[in-house]
Design a protein around this ligand. Structure first.
Ligand SMILES: *[C@@H]1O[C@H](CO)[C@@H](O)[C@H](O)[C@H]1NC(C)=O
Length: 396
């Protein structure tokens, strides 16, 4: 029935017959571990209102939950697959649930109890739930009383208890009735008990002894709801929808085969062109240095500078040579070489470099200008070229 707690136990004994014993020597009573998988037929999971718990593979599984009025009339087929964890055999049963509407739904007065010394599957056992409902009936005295919902405290932010003293997770049980809450259920609302609750002390409840033997109730957490008076607060939350994504067509992943990239242009720009330019420049420079007259003169000039340097060094060692050759007057007005003052010294040392230079001074100056201009221009060109090709690479 809609609005009433539904409980269905998946008994291991019932499914055991589905799994034949492995051999004749194994008795049928072998305690095989069995687990269950439950889902709405054609879907991977259960409907939202239906929950499932199985503590261990040696205990029964339980399906439970409370359907609401909106589920009425929908055929609900639950596929139950049992797995034998020893033989890895499976068996499947279908469970058909017909949800009916009830005239007395909803029960207007709803009270939620928090029971500290129970786990949810213990509470779901019909005799335990019956005992609890009996105790509630005793203190409330309604005409009709139903369990509406059961929730493990773990689903409400509770913590898994330490494995000591047989501590339990705790369970919330919602019951509904057709008469006003009894004075006993309202006792927790008086100022004295509210103060004790705020100081985390147990409130004094006169009817607690009716539960105490079996159920340890946290009276501070009792929640009394009169749904005839509840003002439905219109929430701004968007409609959660059916939970099924709309069909947005086929997904087309990008191609597995990426287009191969052509590096030939990169190679040309970064390596071949600079090498070609360098070769051209090398040829031009080599030709002008070795094969042209001006280049040869410059090379000779370079070696005569070396010779003069040597001469200066030897002079500084031997101070007796009073006149270094390089200080001799080079050209007379007519451009003739003036005979040296110390001809003996002149013969022992190298030829004065000035003799080679006669008549070539203007060519040498030209060569200097050309090489002094050429070198910075070339390096500037190379630097600009390299930075542009690097920028181009980065942009790619
Ligand atoms: C039962 O409790 C669960 C968990 O707290 C909740 O999601 C569900 O809406 C409740 N059902 C009803 C009918 O109150």
């Amino acid at each position: 029935s809609a609005g009433v707690l539904f409980v269905h136990v998946l008994e291991r004994e019932h499914f055991k017959g589905e799994f034949p014993p492995l051999s004749q020597t194994w008795s049928v009573s072998v305690n095989d571990p069995i687990t269950f998988n439950t889902n709405l037929m054609g879907y991977p999971d259960r409907p939202g209102w239906l929950r499932y718990i199985q503590r261990t593979s040696h205990s029964d599984g339980v399906l439970y939950g409370s359907p609401t009025a909106e589920h009425v009339g929908k055929a609900t087929i639950i596929e139950i697959t049992a797995y034998n964890r020893r033989t890895f055999e499976t068996a499947r049963h279908n469970l058909v649930i017909n949800i009916m509407s009830t005239e007395d739904y909803p029960l207007p007065y709803q009270a939620e109890f928090f029971i500290k010394n129970m786990n949810v599957e213990e509470m779901l056992a019909s005799e335990v739930l019956g005992d609890f409902l009996g105790a509630v009936k005793n203190v409330w005295q309604p005409e009709r009383l139903n369990a509406i919902n059961i929730t493990s405290a773990l689903d409400r932010g509770g913590r898994v208890p330490l494995p000591i003293n047989n501590l339990k997770e705790g369970v919330y049980v919602m019951v509904g009735a057709d008469v006003q809450f009894s004075s006993c259920l309202r006792e927790v609302e008086n100022p004295h008990n509210q103060l004790r609750c705020s100081q985390e002390m147990e409130p004094v409840i006169s009817c607690d002894k009716k539960f105490r033997a079996q159920f340890d109730i946290d009276w501070c957490k009792i929640n009394l709801v009169d749904i005839t008076k509840v003002v439905t607060i219109h929430s701004n939350r968007p409609d959660p929808g059916t939970g099924v994504l709309p069909d947005i067509g086929e997904y087309n992943p990008p191609s597995e085969f990426l287009k191969s990239r052509d590096f030939f242009a990169d190679f040309l720009i970064t390596l071949a062109v600079p090498s070609a330019v360098a070769m051209v420049l090398f040829t031009i420079l080599g030709y002008s240095m070795c094969c042209r007259r001006e280049g040869v003169i410059q090379l000779v000039h370079h070696s005569s500078i070396q010779k003069s340097t040597k001469e200066l060094r030897s002079m500084s060692k031997n101070r007796e040579i009073s006149w270094p050759l390089s200080t001799l007057p080079v050209f007379s007005q007519s451009g003739e070489v003036v005979p040296p003052i110390h001809p003996d010294n002149y013969e022992t040392t190298s030829m004065p470099l000035q003799t080679h230079m006669q008549g070539h001074k203007h060519i040498e100056e030209q060569m200097h200008t050309i090489s002094f201009l050429l070198a910075p221009c070339l390096s500037l060109f190379l630097i600009i070229y390299l930075s542009f090709s690097l920028l181009w690479q980065a942009a790619m």
